[in-house]
Design a protein around this ligand. Structure first.
Ligand code: SD4
Length: 332
């Protein structure tokens, strides 16, 4: 089915702007409570727009009897394998020395989690993160150790630097301008994804090649449990995108889940987390290009999404319909 026919438009009671991939309507408001009442089927929420096949993969995995972990893993494997996605997995932009390094984590609603950081040469870091969770007593493996673990479990060593990413890198080398706070369409787009099975159980996954042209060894928020992702089936889940350093500093996803535990809606919780970032670190607010954003869902299927700067989109699959929505933003 084509994306255009799959995405149902204008169905959020005027509160949110439902958009196609190309037509971002900036500044539109997302009021989570205004969505139609949830009918109780699976809900899949992710950062950005990686195509309708992403939430569909999660829904299909559940329909086939798979677990929530199967669902979130299979969904985020799609952008990981897509060479056109320059911010996740294969085709991701490299660090400042030309190496593609990947960060991923996965978590279920009962506190089980796994993570890989600074992993090279493996197309599906999310699957390695899952193995860390399932086959070890640890949560996080890094760098060469994570690679060794992956190879021992049958993963193939691959060159993840595509010709296109290499060309972009060579172009960047001409100026080698290093502006870590500036996150724009060319150097971001982590996928953070949350799925709920319709009975309130939840899992999440977050995977990225991180910031383009980063210092070698830099790890962002995405593979850090509590920063890039946190899930608790008693409450809900949250996941992040944008400048990872800002998200780590407030343990952003954990903060949002705890705010929801204390009665905040997902939308309110995302907003408070962003306010916390700029309250504690006002220099981010002063930075024109600064973008950090969150998506969150509670166990009642209510969702929220907000970024600091404008431009965040999110994808929501709920009651059988997938919508791409422009998130509200704080820096008006
Ligand atoms: C990072 N949070 O490595 C990631 C980058 C990102 O959208 O999300 N970009 O800091």
């Amino acid at each position: 089915m084509k994306r255009r026919t799959f995405i149902k438009s204008a169905s959020l009671a005027g509160a949110a702007t439902v958009i196609g991939t190309k037509a971002l309507s900036e500044g539109s408001k997302v009021l989570a409570g205004a969505a139609p009442a949830w009918q109780g089927g699976p809900v899949v929420l992710s950062t950005w727009d990686f195509g309708q096949e992403v939430p569909q993969a999660a829904v299909e995995a559940l329909a086939k009897g798979g677990s929530l972990i199967d669902a979130v893993e299979s969904a985020v494997m799609i952008p990981e394998a897509d060479p056109k996605v320059t911010s996740v997995g294969y085709g991701g932009y490299p660090d400042r020395e030309g190496h593609v390094t990947l960060d991923s984590c996965i978590m279920d609603g009962n506190g089980n989690c796994g993570s890989v950081v600074f992993l090279e040469h493996i197309k599906h870091p999310i699957s390695v993160a899952r193995l860390v969770m399932e086959k070890t007593q640890h949560v996080m493996l890094a760098g060469d150790g994570a690679l060794q673990f992956a190879l021992e479990h049958g993963f193939k060593k691959e060159n993840l630097l595509t010709k296109e990413a290499e060309a972009a890198y060579k172009e960047w080398l001409k100026t080698s301008k290093y502006m870590p706070a500036v996150i724009d369409k060319s150097n971001h787009d982590t996928i953070g994804l949350l799925a709920m099975d319709g009975k309130g159980a939840m899992a999440g996954a977050c995977t990225t090649s991180g910031m383009a042209w980063k210092i070698r060894g830099r790890v962002g928020d995405s593979p850090i449990i509590g920063a890039g992702l946190y899930v608790d089936s008693d409450v809900g889940g949250a996941t992040a995108t944008g400048l990872g350093e800002a998200v780590i500093k407030v343990a952003g996803s954990f903060l949002i889940v705890e705010l929801m535990r204390n009665g905040k809606s997902p939308q309110e919780a995302c907003k408070i987390a962003l306010e916390r970032i700029v309250h504690k670190q006002p220099h981010y607010a002063a930075d024109k290009g600064f973008l950090a954003g969150f998506v969150a869902m509670n166990k009642d299927g209510e969702v929220g999404a907000m970024s600091y700067g404008r431009g965040l989109q999110y994808t929501l699959h709920k009651d059988g319909v997938t919508r791409v929505i422009a998130a509200d933003f704080l820096a008006k």
